[in-house]
Design a protein around this ligand. Structure first.
Ligand code: HEC
Ligand code: HEC
Ligand code: HEC
Ligand code: HEC
Length: 174
């Protein structure tokens, strides 16, 4: 992550613009989640300690619950397609195995690990891709023809599939 963001020689002007966006998660910035890549910030969310290039503990353990972490900037009334969070898919759906690429998380008031925003979204993921996610998706302004990935952990092979490959992981019948 560090390599991707800071690797090579970065012009001072670019760094300054990034630092500005980093403070608020600037809605206008193409690198909207860039603030999450700053090393001083990792410990504000993760139970991790830097150990050279490696991390000592599980990156899926957090110092505070994930849902409110996201909702600081994404209050629920602004989320178009909302999905239940805080639920245990093993209990509510008849699932035997959740794939490892859809992590569950502990929260303060649950006895089991539950679904959070971070189950479907990897907030560190690439924000843009050359591949359309759904047929009528428009390129994002200012990116030279790139499409939002919505930070989704599972994306289809073709835009015709839309979001269904993600949904099918847990709702095979959908
Ligand atoms: C605003 C909170 C926040 C900050 C700051 C943050 N992360 Fe994360 N990180 C998350 C969330 C949420 C996830 C997704 C849930 C998961 O993977 O369990 C995640 C996932 C990860 C993952 C697992 C990715 C995967 O494949 O699932 C790694 C590794 C990681 N973060 C490293 C870091 C490092 C290193 C930093 C600092 C440079 C950092 N994070 C800063 C919230 C944060
Ligand atoms: C400090 C503020 C901040 C936090 C915390 C934050 N985001 Fe974002 N996020 C943004 C901004 C800014 C955008 C750009 C679009 C906008 O303005 O809403 C964005 C965009 C998104 C998008 C839409 C796709 C896109 O590229 O525009 C998703 C999905 C998303 N964030 C998920 C998450 C999740 C999941 C978390 C919690 C792990 C999270 N965000 C935490 C600031 C934040
Ligand atoms: C079951 C998977 C799933 C979960 C859980 C989930 N999302 Fe999403 N989210 C999606 C999908 C799929 C989209 C695709 C775009 C759309 O429908 O708007 C999306 C879109 C978004 C967007 C951008 C679109 C918009 O309307 O602004 C944001 C921001 C977002 N999610 C944040 C969150 C946050 C915050 C949470 C936790 C409270 C969350 N998501 C939980 C699947 C999920
Ligand atoms: C990680 C597993 C997982 C994924 C991925 C997932 N879901 Fe779900 N979904 C659940 C669970 C768990 C529930 C809650 C069931 C309950 O509470 O009875 C649920 C409930 C729902 C419901 C019922 C809504 C409600 O308010 O009760 C709908 C509709 C739904 N999902 C649609 C989707 C769609 C569309 C997608 C793909 C964008 C998706 N799901 C992806 C696990 C998942």
């Amino acid at each position: 992550m560090k390599g991707r963001l800071l690797g090579g020689v970065v012009a001072a002007a670019v760094l300054a613009a990034w630092a500005l966006a980093a403070v608020t998660g600037d809605p206008g910035a193409l690198d909207a989640h860039g603030f999450m890549e700053s090393e001083e910030r990792c410990g504000g969310c993760h139970h991790m300690e830097p150990d050279g290039a490696d991390w000592l503990l599980d990156p899926h353990l957090f110092v505070r619950p994930v849902v409110p972490m996201c909702m600081e900037c994404h209050p629920s009334d602004r989320i178009g397609r909302s999905h239940p969070v805080g639920v245990d898919p093993y209990e509510t759906l008849d699932l035997r195995d959740l794939p490892e690429d859809l992590p569950l998380h502990w929260s303060d008031d649950a006895r089991a690990e539950v679904m959070t925003c971070g189950t479907c979204h990897d907030p560190h993921g690439p924000r843009f891709s050359g591949a359309k996610l759904f047929s009528f998706q428009q390129p994002y302004p200012g990116t030279g023809g790139q499409y939002l990935t919505f930070f989704l952990r599972v994306r289809g092979e073709t835009p015709r599939e839309g979001f269904t490959p993600l949904c099918h992981r847990c709702h095979p019948g959908l």
